[in-house]
Design a protein around this ligand. Sequence first.
Ligand code: FUB
Length: 362
Amino acid sequence: MNKLTILPAVLAALAITGCSDAGNNTTTNEATPAADSATGKKYLSQPLVSQLYTADPSAHVFNGRIYVYPSHDTATGTPENDNGDHFNMMDYHILSMDSVGGPVTDHGVALHIRDIPWAGRQLWAPDAAFANGTYYLYFPVKDKQDVFRIGVATSQKPEGPFVAEKEPIKGSYSIDPTVFKDDNGTFYMYFGGIWGGQLQRWNNNKYDSAGKLRKGDELAILPRVAKLSADMKSFAEPVKEIKIVDSAGNLYKEKDNDKRFFEAAWIHKYNGKYYFSYSTGDTHNIVYAIGDNPYGPFTYKGVILEPVEGWTNHHSIIEKDGKWYLFYHDVQLSGKTHLRNVKVTELKYNPDGTIVTIRAQK
Ligand code: FUB
């Protein structure tokens, strides 16, 4: 058993430690842990918290502490469909911990959908960044026309509460923003997700409500990137596509769905190289591709995380105290696609810089 694995009962007790009221928060026990022995399943790691459902964990180290910015999954009774309407999230809670394996604090409601003036529905996977003495929370939500846009909210504290800007980021679209700070201090936002994430509706940064998914032999839809302005609230340049290629330099086709981009972009740097990782969606892997600069092209290298329990797969990667960690989610607590729980495990590199593939369930 992995040394990060903690017995669920112990973990549930730890998880509730420090739960605070940062807004109108009244966190009740939304999720009940099932012991491995009850389900007969063996997991590599246990949920970080079990008093609420969390997903899409974007982890960062701020002031020496790990902060996790997850989606807050909620059972709203919205029927399941291919657009992901059942992922009907209303707010964000931020989690933090001094170290992996230590007690986890749930900081309560950091931002609620009712406090985002332009929002319609579905607060999906967020990310965060620190600059200008301010913490920025980036989030995708459908606007009142039911089109996904990316918004930004600010706080003086990494755990919030956050105050949303009155409008979405100009020129932003689709879902799953991740913000990366390069060594020279430049910030880039990577984003996009196909199917329910609506990326198929955007070509050359123009919206087409009838935009269709690509056919098998057509080139796959590509993720997007834009440099952020110094104010961290706008794009400094037009949004660009990111090329993900095979070892011969060829772009993937839609039918290469065990390798092509679907959603859940993340980028980190290791030994001077840029590692762009993402979910392949309908084949449920987290995979990665390596490039020499933030815009790519990125050459496909392999699988970081094999499919987890549940349909979606979404992750982040950080370094803390000389070790690398993969944050991810599965549905151990609920068994339901849209009620997920975040987890963490150690990530290891091979001497050649490739990543050792992780299997989350044995
Ligand atoms: O949580 C809603 C959506 O599910 C996310 O935006 C995707 O990445 C997938 O995890």
